[in-house]
Design a protein around this ligand. Structure first.
Ligand code: AMP
Ligand code: GLY
Length: 421
């Protein structure tokens, strides 16, 4: 089979690496991919942008691609799946309407509310004056969320009233995130521990993947600005088997049912960001895709044939499917460019990339090839992932390999997986 994977991050590298291991796989094209995907067996990067839908369609038709898998949210929100399905191409991902679960916070919160699914209390604001009035008397901390896609910058957790009013100004008046901030969700601040709960849906059936947790803040001790994720591990010790069932029953099934009520059959990966404390589980957010960096440790642990699984999901044949997981833990450490998540420089030569061993894998996020060299080419550059018999051993293996890799300005957190210590 010929597969087309869309995207260029660490998530896509892990997806491509795992697909290529399947006997069913003849070739994986990646649009546009990175230096890591370029080096995987059976794989070829193609120079097409992930949001250039028409060119991607032409490519898939010309090469007679059998299955297209979409990594990031932007092409999904733009309607890539609708376009491909209209042209009778098999693909895995939610269509434009279903992708609103990530593309619009207002849509997502409304699905949760109407479906009676536990989430933070919230209000929607479409004009700055009423938002300001609300912020002047609400409880603090408070959370402001831009309605539209904002590349991970659309959520501001304000710990003081001044900070909240400043955030409002920047989003709604100065339009720092463009039109994404024209409408806002302002919601109650939730306390507890976060976990990522990712499921695979085929429009009729749903199956949960291994649990995981990521660290969103840039600095050790979960401090500093929010990022796309500085590291992740699987399984999440917090998610027991009973909790897994409870989440499926109280959150995932009701969400899919509410979507169905709106004539939306969700197909593809669905990521629920959860806040868990002793009393309850609440949904913080939904993403319409696999997590990054959660995908890297999750796929390191997958023993089942990933291509066959994706194919079953695309063909609505997930009923009765079970996924086999490695019992070991996997932990991924993101190595980033100095300055990330704000401004950073790229183009530095990376050394130590061949230090992988049988328990570690270096997934590339933002990298590119230049002759023999591999250069940094993004904020998050690598995700060094290790397997181990427990979280501590996975930690040791991942960090041992990470410590041998370097470039000018490389940095990484030293405490991935040490949340409760
Ligand atoms: P999101 O972009 O919706 O994933 O939010 C980014 C991060 O902001 C989440 O992973 C949480 O760490 C934090 N966050 C979002 N909503 C809330 C909330 N209601 N209470 C506390 N933290 C939140
Ligand atoms: N790791 C967070 C995300 O994928 O959105």
């Amino acid at each position: 089979m010929k597969i087309l994977v869309i995207g260029s991050g660490g998530r896509e590298h892990a997806i491509v690496w795992k697909l290529a291991q399947s006997d069913l796989c003849e070739k994986v094209f990646v649009a546009p991919g990175n230096a890591g995907t370029a080096d995987e067996p059976k794989t070829e990067n193609i120079g097409l942008n992930a949001e250039d839908l028409e060119s991607l369609l032409d490519f898939a038709k010309n090469k007679e691609v059998d299955l297209t898998i979409v990594g990031p949210e932007a092409p999904l929100v733009l309607g890539l799946i609708d376009l491909f399905e209209k042209n009778n191409l098999l693909c895995l991902g939610p269509n434009k309407l279903a992708a609103q679960m990530e593309g619009s916070k207002i849509f997502m919160k409304d699905v949760l509310k109407k479906g009676n699914i536990p989430t933070a209390n919230y209000e929607v604001f479409t004009d700055p004056d009423s938002a300001r009035e609300f912020l002047e008397t609400c409880d603090i901390p408070i959370v402001l969320k831009a309605d539209g896609l904002a590349a991970g910058k659309g959520v501001i957790v304000a710990f003081s009233r001044d900070e909240a009013l400043e955030a409002l100004k920047s989003l709604m008046i100065e339009q720092k995130l463009g039109t994404a901030g024209d409408n806002l969700v302002i919601e109650e601040f939730l306390r507890g521990e976060e976990a990522s709960f990712i499921v695979l849906c085929d429009g009729k059936n749903v199956i949960s993947l291994a649990s995981s947790q990521d660290h969103k803040q840039r600095d050790d001790g979960d401090k500093g600005p929010n990022t796309g994720g500085m590291g992740a591990y699987s399984p999440a010790p917090l998610i027991t088997e009973e909790l897994n069932e409870e989440i499926m029953k109280d959150i995932i099934h009701p969400t899919l049912a509410e979507l169905k009520r709106r004539d939306i059959d969700y197909k593809g990966f669905l990521y629920a960001g959860l806040m868990i404390n002793e009393q309850k589980i609440k949904v913080l957010e939904y993403n319409c895709r696999f997590g990054d960096p959660e995908t890297q440790p999750i796929l390191m642990r997958m023993k089942s044939d990933f291509l066959s699984l994706c194919l079953k999901a695309a063909k609505q044949e997930l009923k009765g499917v079970e996924i086999v997981w490695d019992d070991r833990f996997a932990l991924g450490v993101v190595m980033a460019s100095k300055g990330y998540p704000e401004k950073y420089e790229t183009g530095f030569s990376i050394s130590g990339l061949n230090e992988e061993n049988e328990t570690t894998k270096v997934f590339h996020c933002g990298t590119k090839k230049e002759g023999e060299k591999t250069l940094s080419n993004g904020g998050r550059v690598l995700c060094v992932t290790g397997l181990g018999s427990n979280l501590d051993n996975a930690f040791k293996n991942a960090y041992e390999t990470a410590s041998k890799i370097n470039w000018d300005g490389a940095f990484y957190r030293r405490d991935i997986g040490k949340r409760n210590q």
